[in-house]
Design a binder for this molecule. Structure first.
Ligand code: SAM
Ligand code: SF4
Length: 351
């Protein structure tokens, strides 16, 4: 699988800081995987309409019934931390649509046991929130942008917001104090000729660009329409663009990581569909509706939001987290825990 011409080096990115030491014992599932990471969709709403994620008319509970309040979210974070989670990622929907996002980061950072708090964002509202996020101590930012061309950005996202996204990306690139990853979903015939435009960013900047496979999580199943570009094809495109690229020791999801001599950053392939990372999965997810799922493919999950609203004791909330971890399937794609959630938009699951 790994090309023989590729050499192996060690990743050299901006280090993550750590804060309060974790006092909770590690959280392990029945297959001896240590679960330490929670991704929280802090809203299901979004200011873009990426074709592979949401329908134009996508609605995320406009009644606000399932919108988690600040207190509900921080309760959840402290319960997760007490259960053994050390790393939190705030995602969505678009997390920066929450006016209280920086306060959430600050509170999560101050939660005993939580070592890192990061965010995945489309970047549109960073001009409004970035300073506050930095003051709150955000540890890392992932910004999703699938094209560096205005017309394509509009075609993919259905919103004419390229200039704003690009200006905010440029600001992030200039900020070397915070680790930055750029997420690019690869779409056949749409952005697959932009690989070099993205990798060129890593020459000057110590960032990682992640070329991601399309996954079957959108509410209108666009992934069935021939836009999917698999890991091998992406790798071939990268190799053509950079015949001298060297392979790095990637981590977890960044399985195939590369760079070139003299480049400050790197790029990676995220083969989220063709490869099965279940054996190394360390994560839980809180969906935008407040349901806790221990697997991307899980349909129902545990309704933590209702449990909190019903005034369940802290011990009971902790037990629900442990129960979710106990039920974490060995292999998500073959789980027998109900139908998969493939028809559900990634904006509800949190990516
Ligand atoms: N709105 C934020 C953003 O776009 O970064 C955070 C939420 S979004 C659901 C998180 C990540 O999921 C983004 O990088 C997005 O590109 C990715 N994503 C959404 N739908 C996807 C799909 N069907 N296949 C692969 N990645 C997807
Ligand atoms: Fe919004 Fe992110 Fe989904 Fe795009 S990928 S529609 S930015 S939630």
């Amino acid at each position: 699988m790994h090309g023989s011409v590729l050499k192996t080096r060690t990743l050299k990115h901006r280090p993550l800081s750590s804060s309060t030491p974790n006092t909770s014992p590690p959280l392990s599932d029945t297959f001896h995987r240590q679960v330490s990471y929670a991704r929280i969709a802090v809203t299901g709403a979004c200011n873009l309409r990426c074709a592979y994620c949401m329908r134009e008319e996508h609605e995320s509970d406009s009644s606000g019934r399932t919108k988690m309040s600040f207190t509900e979210l921080t309760t959840l974070i402290s319960v997760l931390a007490e259960a053994g989670i050390t790393k939190i990622r705030l995602t969505g929907g678009e997390p920066l649509l929450r006016g209280d996002i920086a306060d959430l980061v600050a509170t999560a950072k101050n939660t005993p046991g939580i070592k890192t708090v990061s965010i995945t964002t489309n970047g549109l509202l960073l001009d409004r929130h970035l300073d506050a996020l930095l003051s709150a101590g955000i540890d890392a930012v992932n910004m999703s942008i699938d094209s560096l061309r205005a017309d394509r950005f509009l075609a993919i996202t259905r919103r004419n917001e390229f200039e704003r996204a690009k200006a905010n990306l440029d600001r992030l690139l200039s900020l070397e104090s915070v680790p930055l990853k750029i997420n690019v979903v690869m779409l056949r015939g749409i952005n697959d000729d932009e690989i070099k435009d993205f990798t060129n960013l890593t020459r000057e900047h110590p960032i990682s660009v992640r070329f991601m496979e399309l996954q079957p999580f959108d509410d209108h199943q666009i992934w069935r329409t021939g836009k999917f570009l698999g890991m091998d094809k992406i790798r071939g495109l990268l190799q053509s663009a950079h015949p001298g690229m060297e392979e790095l020791q990637g981590s977890g999801t960044e399985y195939f990581s590369f760079t070139l001599p003299g480049y400050r950053g790197s790029w990676a392939i995220i083969p989220a569909y063709t490869r099965n990372f279940c054996s190394r999965c360390n994560r839980l997810r809180i969906r935008a509706d407040g349901h806790l799922v221990s697997c991307l493919y899980e349909k129902e999950g545990i309704d933590m939001l209702s449990a909190i609203r019903n005034g369940e004791s802290r011990e009971n909330l902790l037990e629900l987290v442990r129960q979710s971890v106990r039920l974490k399937p060995e292999d998500g794609k073959t789980t027998d825990r109900g139908e998969s959630s493939m028809g559900r938009s990634m904006s509800e699951i949190g990516g």
